[in-house]
Design a protein around this ligand. Structure first.
Ligand SMILES: Nc1ncnc2c1ncn2[C@@H]1O[C@H](COP(=O)(O)OP(=O)(O)OP(=O)(O)O)[C@@H](O)[C@H]1O
Ligand SMILES: Nc1ccn([C@@H]2O[C@H](COP(=O)(O)O)[C@@H](O)[C@H]2O)c(=O)n1
Length: 674
């Protein structure tokens, strides 16, 4: 996951490949609650690992459920069998509506029948998300529910015992959020000594989510009777029965980003999305119909879909989105690539989600330059040709972050493509922690559009250290080009090749079987990380690096590091020769005395004996050879910014380079501003 202040997406061009979706959030949290309320054990396969499931799991644990993660396999949940194991708990539910609403209903009923006191709270936004309709329904049943802040909003206190009135139908509004009805359906079997009727007041929205609830209840032994979408009956004697094991489908709302990706950018091979398909329980799977209406070519299997671009530009659409409330946000960004204005209707529920999504989408689309109109429950988005570089505020809303990544394909409709900055990208942890990593596996950009920062300079000036910390802040990949020369020297020695035999060493360089993984360097099956850092390896590297054929042999390998979302490359000729088009080049120096001292400390801290005078001699000899050679000598590129860090801390150098980077990027004045 990218835990950084912002992630810049360079202009993207194409998409192809296979994506395996994480488990559905809606199904994961419903299954966890049902398994937690059942008697006995349930093995839950393919559970979503995210912020929202984490708060549900933590709550179940506090309530006495036993959770055991089978290594590399399912989660084993031992439920409480509808009997309270503790009669007091304070539960923190973050911003997870799928945890707050059903736990409220279940604990209110358990407190009423078995006694106890439970407090449920969340993050500030959760305390702004209405729950009054559920509170009213529970109070109507005889539960004691107190709103501890504002009436109708969490935090809540649920206490008991109290007498329940189950003979009258429970009335609940269905026109603001279907989660209130879901909460009651999931919880009322706890007290179903007689038939319990639920009457929905108003037109029920998001019916597909109720369908998921009913199907999962069935899997746990509860057959709810339904009369249209207005009356539901929980039969007397209903009891949760664990199905033993259950598989969680992939998240259909998360699939929407990749379906859209296929529609926009899969012009050759399709995007294959595994985890949802025509057999899916989730309503959001019908997003594919909307994508087809916009021009996507879709082939569905029971548990997978493949999507390619059809019509281009996409066809504008006018759609009632009540059946796909979450996935419909993706349509708002697809609309930028359409042949006319697109209107999304019946999306009032967006206003009470993680943020007011109508306001959020309109505001951020306008930042890109789009013309957007909005109403109480609708949004109209016009196609965009003149794109502006924008820093997209994500409002701690995973779906805003994920759907705006699609704006990075603007190069397909404009001759002046722009990058897209996603602020606080870690908000995707709510449902899809590795969303951006997954995206980067199936999209491609032109190499020249992938940003590179080069850091060149003499030995021990701190290039590698600076490259690491800068890359960390930006979420970029690092190329330690010196390691390639060091590995070549090592491999040549091992092969018994003299280091001054240019062609023979170049042949070794061309066949280097080198891998970088988790901070370690592997030559074939051997971990050579420590061997590479020995001073002897540095000296050997500087000898082989003087040969033009060796440099030529390593050139493509270095260029191949230019990967999404960007690269920080350190060495001697990164800015001058290998990446001459890098938008920021740094030439890093420090006095020889400082460098010798730093290298001394570095070696001693690793338990490698060293003496400062000898080290200084070695590094000066190495610098002289690197500067004096004819092939790509160590020198600052003409357009490099010079930085002497002799008197700077690593953090000071990092911040200076990041400020230069901010100057070089097109997000003027918007770096981190919302
Ligand atoms: N201000 C500073 N900036 C960068 N590194 C520093 C700084 N102060 C101390 N150091 C230390 O200097 C040592 C040498 O840094 P580093 O290995 O990054 O240099 P380098 O230029 O990449 O060396 P080489 O060219 O040999 O690979 C490290 O231990 C690093 O922590
Ligand atoms: N781009 C580069 C990088 C390195 N070299 C040579 O390799 C030696 C070792 O590099 P380190 O950065 O790991 O110390 C270095 O002395 C150079 O001779 C190079 O030529 N070009």
């Amino acid at each position: 996951m990218f835990k950084i202040p912002f992630l810049d997406l360079p202009p993207l061009r194409a998409a192809a490949g296979t994506v395996r979706l994480p488990g559905s959030k809606s199904i994961s949290n419903r299954v966890l609650l049902l398994a937690g309320l059942s008697e006995g054990q349930t093995l839950v396969h393919d559970l979503l690992d995210s912020d929202d499931t984490a708060v549900m799991l933590a709550s179940l644990k506090q309530l006495g459920c036993v959770l055991e993660q089978v290594e590399g396999g399912p989660l084993k949940v031992t439920g409480i069998g509808a009997k309270l194991q503790t009669n007091a708990a304070k539960l923190f539910l973050g911003n997870a509506g799928t945890a707050m609403r059903p736990l409220t209903a279940a604990l209110a009923l358990l407190a009423a029948t078995q006694g106890g006191e439970f407090e449920l709270s969340g993050v500030a936004r959760m305390h702004e998300r209405p729950i009054g309709d559920l509170v009213d329904a529970l109070r109507g049943l005889g539960c004691e529910v107190a709103c501890l802040g504002n009436e109708g909003y969490p935090p809540l206190r649920l206490s008991g015992p109290s007498e329940l009135k189950l003979s009258e139908p429970v009335r609940v509004r269905g026109d603001v959020s279907s989660q209130f009805l879901t909460a009651l359906l999931l919880a009322l079997p706890l007290v179903a000594e007689q038939d319990i009727h639920i009457d929905v007041v108003g037109e029920l929205i998001s019916k597909p989510y109720i369908h998921i609830t009913l199907e999962l209840l069935k899997r746990f032994g509860i057959e709810v009777k339904r009369e249209g979408w207005q009356r539901f009956t929980i039969p007397a004697g209903s009891r949760y029965r664990s199905p033993g094991e259950i598989h969680v489908e992939g998240d259909a709302s998360s699939a929407s980003y990749f379906v859209a990706l296929g529609a926009i950018a899969a012009t050759g091979q399709p995007i294959r999305i595994e985890g949802v398909g025509s057999a899916s329980l989730q309503g959001d799977v019908r997003f594919v119909e909307a994508a087809e209406a916009m021009g996507a070519v879709v082939r569905a299997e029971a548990n997978a879909v493949e999507v390619k671009r059809g019509a281009w530009p996409l066809r504008a659409l006018d759609l009632d989105c009540n059946h796909i409330p979450d996935a419909a946000m993706t349509l708002a960004v697809m609309a930028l690539y359409a042949d006319g204005p697109s209107t999304l209707r019946n999306i009032a529920s967006w206003r009470v989600k993680e943020t007011d999504r109508i306001v959020a989408m309109a505001t951020e689309l306008r930042k890109l330059g789009a013309q957007v109109e909005e109403g109480p429950d609708w949004l109209r988005v016009h196609p965009l040709r003149d794109w502006q570089p924008a820093a997209i505020h994500t409002y701690d809303d995973h779906r805003v972050a994920m759907c705006f990544s699609l704006a990075a394909f603007n190069g397909l409709v404009t001759a002046s493509p722009v990058p897209v900055r996603i602020l606080e990208p870690q908000c995707v942890a709510k449902t899809f922690p590795d969303y951006f990593e997954t995206l980067f596996e199936v999209v491609s950009a032109r190499p020249e559009d992938i940003p590179v920062i080069t850091i060149d300079g003499p030995t021990a000036s701190g290039k590698g250290t600076l490259a690491d910390v800068v890359a960390h802040e930006l979420g970029y990949i690092v190329l330690d080009s010196g390691a390639l020369y060091r590995a070549t020297g090592l491999a040549a020695r091992r092969a018994g090749v003299e280091l001054d035999e240019a062609e023979a060493v170049a042949a070794i360089a061309a066949k280097l079987d080198l891998h970088f993984a988790k901070g370690r360097v592997w030559l074939g099956d051997e971990d050579i990380t420590d061997a590479l850092r020995e001073e002897a390896s540095g000296l050997a590297a500087s000898q082989v690096a003087a040969h033009a054929p060796v440099r030529a042999a390593l050139n493509q390998l270095q260029l191949d590091f230019r990967c999404l979302p960007g690269l920080v490359a350190d060495g001697r000729d990164m800015g001058s020769m290998v990446f001459p088009d890098a938008p920021l080049k740094v030439f890093l120096t420090a006095s020889a005395a400082t460098r010798a001292e730093r290298r001394h400390k570095q070696l001693i801290s690793k338990g490698i004996p060293a003496n400062i005078a000898g080290l200084r001699e070695d590094l000066e000899a190495r610098d002289a050879r690197d500067k004096g050679r004819t092939a790509s000598p160590l020198q600052a590129a003409a357009d490099a910014r010079r930085l002497d860090n002799s008197a700077q801390t690593i953090e000071e150098s990092r911040d200076l380079v990041l400020s230069w980077w901010a100057e070089a990027r097109p997000f003027k004045g918007s770096a981190l501003s919302h």
